[in-house]
Design a protein around this ligand. Structure first.
Ligand SMILES: [Fe+2]
Ligand SMILES: [Fe+2]
Length: 260
């Protein structure tokens, strides 16, 4: 059975607010930058944290700087078990136990034990599955580096895909996300992990994005400077500069058609 039916209501893009809480790329002044990624998703049925950075102190202080009330975070989705994505969550659970935490099935018993000891309700996603009405996990995708799952949001203007490090390969993730959402992709944001790729291989990946008709990109974290520059060139006004403190809303995704 499909996760989403075509006629099912979708999240309103107008209500969606995506805020980068933690990133090694700087964007807003006053925010600490440090290796890692975290993003807060508002406007779904529940306020969802995607990943949690590396250092818990930095994570918590960035939340404060952004005016985000940590008590309002209702669930967490952790993409993979690298230290720069999992570090802030245990501290958040201290003040907010009984939170649902969505992991993929291969997280270590140690990390799951740690979360459960803090009161979290750990949900393990093996296959693609729903998180709430308009959000799903791609399901665990294999990688030689580290297995990972990504978050897919289904909106009335297209799908939004959030990746941690994209270790299983950003193009494979996009294709899976597209078949889960059963709609074109409006935005891909997060770490694309192209740090070690040649310009030629990055160009092929960008072509893959364009062939998959991804409209907007907001790469940060482990994407790499060269890849960010090449995406910026290729996507023009549909490249969204991202980093710690960046908030992406419908206004950023309004859609210039200059660069097709
Ligand atoms: Fe990372
Ligand atoms: Fe990673």
């Amino acid at each position: 059975m499909e996760l989403f039916e075509d006629n099912q209501p979708k999240a309103r893009l107008e209500s969606l607010k995506l805020t980068v809480v933690y990133d090694n790329i700087s964007y807003a002044s006053g925010m600490s930058t440090d290796l890692g990624f975290a993003c807060l998703v508002k406007g779904l049925q529940q306020t969802l944290l995607f990943d949690s950075g590396r250092l818990d102190k930095t994570f918590m202080s960035n939340l404060v700087r952004l005016g985000i009330d940590r008590h309002r975070i209702e669930a967490a989705f952790i993409s993979h078990e690298h230290h720069d994505h999992i570090g802030g969550l245990p501290r958040l659970l201290q003040t907010h136990p009984a939170m649902k935490v969505y992991l993929h099935a291969s997280f270590s018993a140690r990390y799951k034990r740690l979360l459960r000891a803090r009161g979290a309700k750990v949900v393990e996603m093996g296959a693609p599955g729903r998180i709430c009405a308009h959000a799903a996990s791609t399901g665990e995708m294999r990688s030689r580096v580290q297995n990972e799952h990504s978050l897919v949001l289904r909106t009335d203007q297209g799908a939004v895909v959030i990746t941690g490090c994209a270790h299983p390969g950003i193009i494979d993730i996009i294709h899976r996300a597209r078949s889960i959402a059963r709609q074109d992709i409006l935005l891909v944001m997060g770490g694309f992990h192209l740090l070690h790729d040649s310009a030629e291989s990055i160009r092929q990946i960008i072509e893959g994005f364009q062939q998959a008709r991804v409209r907007f990109v907001a790469p940060s974290h482990c994407t790499g400077d060269q890849a960010r520059n090449l995406f910026a060139k290729a996507y023009g006004s549909r490249f969204i500069r991202s980093g710690a403190g960046r908030t992406i809303t419908a206004d950023d995704l309004g859609g210039s058609t200059r660069h097709t």
